[in-house]
Design a binder for this molecule. Structure first.
Ligand code: AMP
Length: 114
């Protein structure tokens, strides 16, 4: 499954184009194709993990959070504020089953989210 039918695996492998923001050996950050805020970046692990429910490695998950924080810093959002979102499964609205962190910022955010 991983790397075959998964659009985010293909982006991570450079087989599908995306507006890259930052990457390292474990994570890739690219701009969301349908942005919901002035800044809307997706952070994915290179490893194919379908949902947060499938994640096993606490070190990888911790580093993904810090990688996402670094994206927010690079985008100039750290002081103004930003929101990280991980939609998990259908009721939360997950549509791409390669887990990802949405990094959203550049406008005021409402709470609770819809
Ligand atoms: P989610 O609904 O949490 O699964 O988020 C999936 C996100 O991926 C959506 O915000 C989509 O706009 C975004 N998306 C889907 N395909 C692409 C793509 N090829 N490049 C960039 N973003 C994408």
């Amino acid at each position: 499954m991983a790397g075959t039918d998964c659009i985010f695996c293909k982006i991570a492998a450079g087989e599908v184009p995306a507006a890259m923001v930052h990457q390292d050996g474990d994570f890739v950050a690219f701009r969301d194709i349908n942005p919901q805020a002035p800044t809307h970046v997706l952070v994915i692990p290179r490893e194919h993990i379908p949902t947060l429910n499938d994640a096993q490695d606490p070190d990888l998950m911790g580093r993904m959070l810090l990688f996402a924080r670094g994206v927010a810093e690079r985008e100039g959002l750290a002081e103004r504020g930003y929101r990280l979102v991980i939609n998990t499964n259908a009721q939360a609205g997950q549509t791409v089953f390669h887990m990802h962190v949405h990094v959203l910022g550049g406008r005021p955010m409402r709470w609770p989210p819809g």
